[in-house]
Design a protein around this ligand. Structure first.
Ligand code: FEO
Length: 396
């Protein structure tokens, strides 16, 4: 059934209980695609859902008004989890106007190749629905070029598209309804931020400033995934903290291994971090999902990356991880490489190249060990782990 946010504004989205892979992000507890119906002189739908879930969205709408009564649709974001259902919805509703940003029109046209009744809006443009007045705020690269938000002035309600979202399928719709909030939901928010928004830290800071400059007081924030915030200060503060790139006294050992030699070094480095008294985590790249590792990377101050050398290269999982990490533009972290090798041993220098390309603080030239590490080499790895933690984390 639909859920009322404020009088005449309803959540009419869909709950995706079974999605476990969201373009490579592990959604262990599913997701939601939030869509919102505003009932006024002009009945307006903000965003849609994945195309497979359009019947669920239309059924919720039909509990309020016949979908054919919808006058306007607003598309805040082109990505298919929100616009995938737009074609089916428009075919059913036949709206008089489809509002989107300039790049939204370009993206939707490229995706759907349809001659829809586009109305292109820019930051500061407004539309009256009768009693309700909506203002638009373009948020390019948060997280696609087309992204925008819609602000309901009378209710001080921000429909924030992907920003402030989280992937979690649950029966609750509001932050204050989830019994586990904020501890578990904090994790889902953090994972979402780390994997989707980490590269946009400076834009997020600008956005929060822009919201203040425009005088857009937010009594409520309704993102397109997860819970709706009736207490938005909580998530605004979290975003400011994450956007600033604040890190903790926390070191991660991230590695793969062929015959356990690199793993022995990973164990020694982890012991070294613990010797220094900092938070330590060890993640085997074929045991912990990469999107869960990235969640931990967000606030880690030290990354120790281990790989054996395979065919004159780093191990493929390590290469994939570093490619993903580079795209997320991590900042304010020290890093170092290690690995066992048999004869050529290029993995450490190749990892160093990647760490340098990310402009991370290369904390050491890297530790290479031929074949199986002996007791003295393991002791050296442990001592180095402690030394790097003391130098790069204890000041935190
Ligand atoms: Fe939830 Fe960028 O889509």
């Amino acid at each position: 059934m639909p859920v009322e946010l404020v009088p005449n504004v309803y959540w009419v989205g869909a709950i995706d209980w079974t999605v476990r892979d969201f373009h490579g992000y592990s959604t262990d507890m599913g997701s939601t695609y939030n869509a919102f119906l505003l009932v006024d002189d002009k009945i307006t739908l903000i965003d849609t859902v994945k195309k497979e879930l359009v019947p669920e969205m239309l059924a919720r709408i039909a509990e309020i008004v016949p979908p054919e009564k919808i006058d306007y649709i607003i598309s805040n974001h082109v990505e298919m989890d929100h616009s995938g259902g737009l074609g089916q919805t428009i075919a059913r509703v036949k709206p008089a106007k489809l509002f989107c940003s300039p790049r939204g029109k370009d993206g939707l046209s490229r995706h759907f190749k349809e001659d829809w009744p586009f109305v292109v809006v820019k930051t500061g443009d407004e539309v009256s629905l009768g009693r309700f007045n909506l203002a638009f705020l373009e948020t390019p690269m948060l997280h696609w070029p087309d992204s925008m938000m819609t602000y309901l002035k009378e209710e001080q309600l921000l429909f924030s598209s992907d920003a402030f979202g989280a992937h979690l399928a649950c029966s609750e719709r509001f932050d204050d309804q989830l019994p586990r909030f904020p501890v578990d939901y904090h994790h889902h928010l953090k994972k979402y931020y780390a994997n989707i928004l980490m590269p946009m830290g400076s834009l997020i800071t600008q956005l929060v400033d822009k919201i203040k400059q425009l005088g857009l007081t937010c009594k409520m924030i309704a993102p397109d995934h997860g819970l709706i915030f009736r207490h938005p200060d909580y998530v605004l503060k979290l975003y400011q903290q994450w956007a600033a790139g604040e890190v903790a006294a926390k070191g991660l050992v991230i590695y793969d291994t062929m015959w356990h030699s690199t793993e022995m070094l990973a164990e020694a480095f982890t012991e070294g971090l613990m010797d220094a008294g900092v938070e330590a985590q060890r993640h085997h790249l074929r045991c912990t999902h990469v999107s869960d590792i990235i969640t931990e990377v967000l606030d880690a101050g030290l990354l120790l990356i281990g790989s054996p050398t395979l065919n004159n290269n780093m191990f493929p999982t390590v290469g994939g991880f570093l490619t993903y990490l580079k795209g997320l533009k991590p900042t304010k972290k020290a890093a170092a490489a290690f690995g066992s090798y048999g004869w050529s041993g290029q993995a450490v220098s190749l990892i160093n190249q990647e760490l340098n390309a990310m402009k991370l603080n290369l904390a050491h030239e890297g530790l290479r060990v031929k074949y199986i590490p002996d007791a003295s080499e393991l002791a050296a790895a442990r001592a180095l782990g402690a030394e790097l933690a003391e130098k790069h984390l204890k000041k935190q």
